[in-house]
Ligand binder design. Structure first.
Ligand code: FES
Ligand code: FES
Length: 185
């Protein structure tokens, strides 16, 4: 290694489309995309559950591909487009159908996994694959929830696809409210 290489600053200027907004930053070679999104841009959709690629809480869409953003370096995202769960709700505020279905079918408790679940389920719903209990469970196998027991999540995704899934006992449809865009945590 030459002295010049050794002394080169370990930082890179990047430009990334995040949820339709052009964002610029300077990152080190080691900065993970999830850390840049959360710590520098204050985009709290992707959560950090493990930092090891196991839990799926940090799931985003990256140039159309579903990825765990703790497995991508921020510098790799230069010139690309990232979509987080914050982009799922309609621009004027209402939740989208999948988010509403999560509320109605009791598919979240603490909500920490929810933005990752929503991103993965969105990808499945857009894939054109037949939506069954099995296909939903297979798609979501990389997303871990510590609270819900999963059936509510499966029901919510199937209901969004048009399946007639009864609401949990005593519940009535509720399409208003916040908290399914990834929240502040
Ligand atoms: S924080 Fe990325 S998979 Fe868990
Ligand atoms: S709702 Fe708490 S981790 Fe899934």
């Amino acid at each position: 290694m030459t002295d010049t290489q050794h002394d080169a600053p370990d930082v890179h200027a990047i430009t990334v489309d995040v949820d339709g907004t052009t964002e610029r930053g300077v990152v080190s070679s080691r900065t993970l995309l999830v850390h840049w999104l959360r710590d520098e841009l204050d985009r709290r959709g992707p959560k950090i559950g493990c930092d090891t690629g196991n839990c799926g809480a940090c799931t985003i869409q990256w140039d159309g591909l579903l990825v765990k953003s703790c497995m991508v370096l921020a510098v790799q995202a230069d010139g690309t487009a990232v979509t987080t769960a914050a982009a799922l709700a309609h621009p004027d505020g209402p939740l989208n159908d999948l988010q509403s279905s999560f509320r109605e079918h009791h598919a979240l408790q603490c909500g920490y996994c929810t933005s990752g679940m929503l991103m993965t389920a969105t990808d499945l719903l857009e894939s054109g694959e037949e939506i069954t209990d099995h296909s939903v469970r297979r798609a979501l196998k990389g997303n871990i929830c510590r609270c819900t027991g999963y059936q509510g999540i499966v029901n919510a995704v199937r209901a969004t696809a048009g399946h007639d899934i009864p609401l949990p006992h005593g519940k009535t449809p509720d399409t208003h409210g916040a908290g399914l865009d990834g929240g502040r945590s």
